[in-house]
Design a protein around this ligand. Structure first.
Ligand code: SF4
Length: 348
């Protein structure tokens, strides 16, 4: 493939490869991989995330539904007792007002993931199922199809941040295979802890050019807040803060829950599938990628918005059967992608 490839297209190919082939090492890990994109924390968003999950526990997780559990709901389902108990007697001090816990109890009840009853004016709760320990590892991948020196510099500081915080178990850079005997990415100034993967986006053949180190997710991390610019006269110190293991564990689970809900095919949710030019094309017979008939290529989410000069709504005639309940082709595109996401979630 010698045409220029956008980072977005490369990212979708990388997600597809990870879904089919993770892990890239020969050892079969026995984990089930869930792939998501564009997730992370307030300060750092990763391009691709691979969750390595315990297959049995993942089935158990499915009982809680395909939507994510936010931190308030996790607080409930992880601490709810086997027997009916007044909620303030069984839940740990939440660190925020109890009325928010009551609201979360009602939400959990509405979703059918917690049993509740009233005794007098006291709300009692009881768990329906234990919340399983389904997440084994989080792997973060940055996608840079053309890893030249300036892209590597920008990426280098982001990866240093990831290594210092150690929120993910591994960090990788995925770049496009060049066919050179030594991949140029190896000469770039990237942290040694980060793995390098070369991916041929057409064939989805991938090779490990550099193996990553496993990061210490159970130990305190260091969050780099500010670093000196590095000039000759710059004697200032970097500013950083520690991140406690408990806070990291909570963040990891919150990220995993979001990844579980979203997957990587959710790109369509930030695009305009209701535009008459929007299409899904199957690249390798299975992977559906967005395609814009007006722009004659794979459009990015930023381009595919109502600000797009070529945007034209689907003609009502396309929606005759089932419209407006089922919608036109755009709705069917969304449905198709949602179905594929669901298939990757055992037990759903
Ligand atoms: S014309 Fe614009 S809005 Fe329509 S599919 Fe193409 S990029 Fe998206």
């Amino acid at each position: 493939m010698d045409r220029a490839l956008s980072e977005f297209e490369f990212e979708l190919r990388c997600c597809r490869w990870a879904e089919r082939a993770w892990p890239p090492t020969e050892s079969a890990s026995g984990n089930h991989a869930i792939v998501a994109r564009q997730l992370g924390t307030k300060r750092r968003r990763w391009d691709t995330i691979v969750l390595e999950c315990d297959p049995e526990a993942l089935r158990e997780r499915a009982k809680f539904g395909r939507e994510r559990l936010d931190s308030d709901l996790l607080h409930l389902v992880r601490n709810a007792p086997d027997d009916w108990t007044y909620y303030r007697d069984c839940l740990p001090e939440p660190g925020y007002p109890w009325r928010y816990v009551r609201e979360a109890i009602h939400r959990a009840d509405d979703r059918g993931i917690l049993e509740t009853r009233k005794r007098g004016n006291r709300v009692q709760i009881r768990r329906k199922w234990p919340y399983p320990d389904w997440l084994n590892r989080i792997v973060a991948i940055e996608n840079k199809p053309d890893l030249n020196a300036s892209a590597a510099r920008a990426l280098g500081s982001q990866l240093e941040y990831d290594v210092a915080v150690s929120l993910a178990d591994e960090v990788w850079v995925a770049t496009r295979a060049t066919g050179d005997s030594v991949e140029p990415a190896l000469f770039e100034d990237l942290p040694v802890e980060a793995g390098i993967l070369t991916l041929e986006p057409d064939t989805l053949a991938a090779e490990v050019a550099w193996y990553p180190r496993t990061l210490a997710v159970d130990e305190p991390g260091t969050r780099i807040l500010e670093r000196p610019d590095g000039g000759e006269r710059d004697g200032s110190a970097a500013r950083f803060e520690y991140v406690e293991p408990a806070s990291k564990a909570e963040k990891r689970l919150a990220i995993a829950e979001r990844a579980y809900e979203r997957g990587w095919r959710s790109f369509v949710e930030t695009m305009r599938p209701d535009c008459r030019h929007f299409e899904l094309r199957a690249r390798d017979g299975t992977q559906l990628q967005p395609h814009c008939a007006a722009k004659e290529g794979c459009q990015t989410a930023a381009a595919c918005s109502s600000r797009c000069a070529d945007f034209e709504p689907e003609p009502p005639g396309w929606r005759t059967r089932g419209w407006p309940i089922e919608g036109g082709p755009g709705k069917r595109c969304q449905q198709l992608l949602a179905d594929r996401r669901r298939r990757r979630r055992p037990g759903i």
